[in-house]
Design a binder for this molecule. Structure first.
Ligand SMILES: *Cc1c(COP(=O)(O)O)cnc(C)c1O
Length: 358
């Protein structure tokens, strides 16, 4: 019997991709699949994104895994390549690379390649993570245009730091700076991640880069995927493996972090941080059993969690299914209960969880 399952709804995935295209009808879609497709399973997810125009990943290994899985669409390396010796691999596998600094540009200029590589010049308009300074743009652009190892078209990209916050003025500033720099060249432009797609229509360039929203989850502050008409792709479930009564005043779990105020009933469920459930989920973080919400109590253990199901627990029995997050329990809400973001919870699902695609 399977205990912990990540049920992946492939129809919801396709639905969300179609939704991306409705939000950004004039843009091509670079589907972001880094970190094992946000914990959903890299190759299977990619195979069910037939309508995407390209894929994007963070690491060369992720891109190679897509090719090994038989995927043939263009793949963009969001951090570029990491060593000059990567360049023949990029060429052989039709990977497109971000260029975000001088060392990458020099490596391209000095390489001896049999054919040119497709590039995306990344400009730092305020995120201050990767990207060239706006003042460096003209020089970089001209050198890329002149470089034999670079394809004729040099695509242009930037990344938002605050697009999840509609009140922030930062996104407008970043868009303005970017557009001022790149207005003349007539190259393909790409700015928007999920938050840009959902919250900033003016940011939809020739390409968009959705990650989280494809998985049905909202990147916006205080919103959930359903608020945007998205459908959650992952449903994380486990089973009740024991039910027991506990007297008033007894401590539960490691460190006895929770004491029962009155006599109550506990359901022990078989999931923990060893499966990727957040150890810092606060007391009362909801789970769903038989259609009803109950709160977790005590510490999250590696393999188990205790749930207070109270005295009137409506026939809950061993073997009953428990939803940890999914269509009935937004992962955004669980993330908030654990003082983190839904991205982290999805990425953290561990390999011992059984993945079920339907
Ligand atoms: C991860 C990433 C994305 C996707 O972000 P979401 O918020 O998941 O849509 C887009 N662009 C870059 C550069 C990224 O690193």
């Amino acid at each position: 019997m399977r205990l912990v399952a990540a049920e992946i709804d492939l129809a919801a995935l396709a639905y969300n991709l179609a939704k991306v295209k409705r939000f950004a009808p004039h843009s091509k879609v670079m589907a972001v699949l880094k970190a094992n497709a946000y914990g959903h399973g890299l190759v299977t997810i990619a195979k069910h994104l037939a309508d995407a125009d390209a894929f994007a990943v963070a690491r060369v290994d992720e891109a190679l895994a897509l090719r090994a899985g038989g995927l043939t669409k263009p793949i963009v390396l969001l951090e570029g390549f990491f060593h000059p010796s990567d360049l023949p691999i990029l060429l052989a596998n039709n990977f497109q690379t971000i260029i975000h600094d001088e060392s990458q540009l020099q490596a391209l200029e000095q390489a001896e390649l049999e054919a040119p590589i497709a590039t995306w010049l990344k400009i730092d308009t305020g995120m201050h993570r990767l990207g060239i300074e706006p003042s460096q743009f003209t020089a970089f652009y001209q050198r890329l245009k002149a470089c034999q190892n670079v394809k004729e078209q040099v695509n242009l990209m930037t990344h938002f730091s605050c697009a999840d916050d509609l009140e922030s003025t930062k996104t407008e500033l970043q868009m303005t700076l970017f557009r001022q720099l790149v207005a003349e060249q007539g190259e393909s432009l790409c700015l928007a991640n999920s938050a840009g797609i959902l919250g900033w229509p003016q940011s939809h360039g020739d390409w968009v880069r959705p990650g989280l929203m494809m998985y049905g989850v909202s990147p916006m502050l205080d919103k959930i995927g359903q608020d945007h008409g998205l459908k959650p792709v992952m449903r994380l479930t486990t089973k009740v493996i024991a039910i027991r009564s506990i007297a008033a005043g007894e401590g539960v779990g490691y460190g006895a972090r929770w004491q029962s105020k009155s006599t109550t009933t506990l359901a022990i469920i078989a999931v923990g941080y060893g499966d990727g459930y957040p150890r810092h989920a606060k007391q009362g973080t909801p789970v769903i059993i038989k259609g009803k919400r109950y709160g977790i109590v005590g510490s999250v253990s590696m393999d188990m969690i205790t749930v207070d199901i109270g005295d009137n627990h409506q026939g809950i029995t061993i073997g009953d299914e428990v939803e940890m997050w999914g269509p009935n329990l937004p992962v955004e809400e669980i993330a908030q209960c654990a003082s983190t973001i839904p991205y982290e919870l999805l990425c953290n699902v561990t390999p011992r969880v059984s993945y079920e695609y339907s």
